[in-house]
Design a protein around this ligand. Structure first.
Ligand code: ATP
Ligand code: NI
Length: 361
């Protein structure tokens, strides 16, 4: 659908009401209506517990959900719709515009071919280069991702690489098509802490030097906060809070974000960790209302378990989807209603709830 040419200030990537379900009779809705924009050069991190739908959400963007999965909503890449695009088109976007880095080296590489051969193939798949030029480009990519002795490592097989080196080689593969956006899903998970730090530094350098956008998925808030200017928090298939790194870490608003922050180590300071009580909900049969309400320390019966909660704006793009900031919730002094800028009630918000200014229904 290339009907209207994308305008220059259009976002590079726009996900609107993205929803992914598996199965029909007892559908598991892994991603339940998430939306965000990513502009050129921006870095967005998505955090949340295991099973929140982070990986499914990014795979859904680029046509990597296999058959029983069904993706609806809209994903626009430079203005062009990707949901229901042909697999050829999706492969082309993944080969050039969008580079992908996943956790697992075994899945990224063919074990029977050398790493160098595979990077050359990735380069040639998206760019019209001679074998010789593609070989040189592959060597340059290995240098760029910090692989010492790239000439020597070129002919090694994937299993001959250490975990950290393999991850660097995966990143080189993802760069082969000169992407404008890098999507990285748990790129440091499973690596030693010192190796992780090197990979984080590499991402930071690449984003700066190539002027790329980064969409980073991780359960590791430390990694996300080192690399991303904006952060979205996912819970049970939905985004419950979003804002700048400073807003999210400095003044988290959603009780889930607050609990999540108490459950993970600080980047630079020791504190007592408090695990989040209870278990993540079933996505086949999620709780009504706010999906966090069964585990929420301030959940209010008859409110938080009713209609879907409203999205409350706190200014400068900081939003949380929570009743605690509204008059519907008897609340506690912990919840700063003075800070509320506007409230957007979801479509199924009921009449009795409300009374705030700037209410849109
Ligand atoms: N192919 C599939 N078929 C059925 N269910 C799936 C499929 N892929 C993922 N799911 C389910 O979707 C939900 C979200 O999974 P997802 O992998 O996106 O979570 P995540 O947030 O990335 O977690 P983690 O931190 O463990 O990677 C889970 O309940 C998972 O079991
Ligand atoms: Ni995942």
């Amino acid at each position: 659908m290339a009907d209207s040419p994308p305008t220059t200030d259009a976002p590079l990537l726009r996900a609107q009401n993205l929803r992914t379900q598996f199965g029909r009779e007892n559908p598991l809705v892994a991603v339940d209506g998430i939306s965000y924009d990513l502009r050129a050069g921006e870095t967005l991190g998505i955090v949340g517990e295991s099973g929140a739908g982070k990986s499914v959400s990014v795979r859904s963007l680029v046509g990597l959900i296999d058959d029983p999965g069904e993706v609806t909503g809209s994903v626009r890449w430079r203005g062009e719709e990707l949901v229901d695009a042909s697999s050829r088109k999706l492969r082309a976007v993944r080969g050039s515009g969008i580079g992908m880095v996943f956790q697992n080296a075994e899945a990224a590489f063919d074990p029977s071919l050398t790493v160098g051969t595979q990077i050359v193939e990735a380069v040639r798949a998206s760019r019209d280069l001679s074998k010789q030029d593609a070989h040189e480009e592959a060597i340059d990519l290995l240098v760029e991702v910090g692989i010492g002795d790239p000439g020597g490592r070129f002919d090694d097989y994937p299993h001959e690489y250490s975990g950290g080196m393999a991850q660097r080689a995966i990143i080189a593969m993802a760069l082969a098509g000169e992407p404008d956006l890098l999507i990285a899903d748990e790129p440091t998970t499973g690596l030693d802490v010192s190796v992780q730090a090197g990979i984080v530094d590499l991402f930071r350098d690449l984003v700066a030097e190539r002027d790329m956008s980064l969409l980073l998925i991780s359960h590791d808030l430390g990694v996300v906060s080192q690399l991303c200017e904006r952060i979205a928090v996912m819970y049970a298939g939905r985004i419950v809070e979003r804002g700048s790194r400073k807003q999210l870490l400095g003044s988290p608003r959603h009780p889930y974000t607050q609990a999540f922050l108490r459950s993970v180590p600080d980047v630079d300071e020791r504190k007592d960790l408090e695990p989040i009580g209870g278990a993540p909900p079933s996505l086949e049969n999620p709780p009504s209302g706010c999906r966090f309400h069964p585990r929420c320390p301030v959940a209010e019966a008859g409110v938080c378990d009713g209609a879907a909660p409203p999205t409350v704006a706190f200014g400068d793009g900081h939003e949380a989807t929570c009743y605690a900031y509204t008059d519907a919730h008897p609340g506690g002094d912990d919840y700063d209603r003075e800070a509320v800028e506007s409230i957007r009630w979801d479509a199924d918000g009921t009449e009795e709830i409300g009374g705030e200014e700037e209410v849109e229904r």
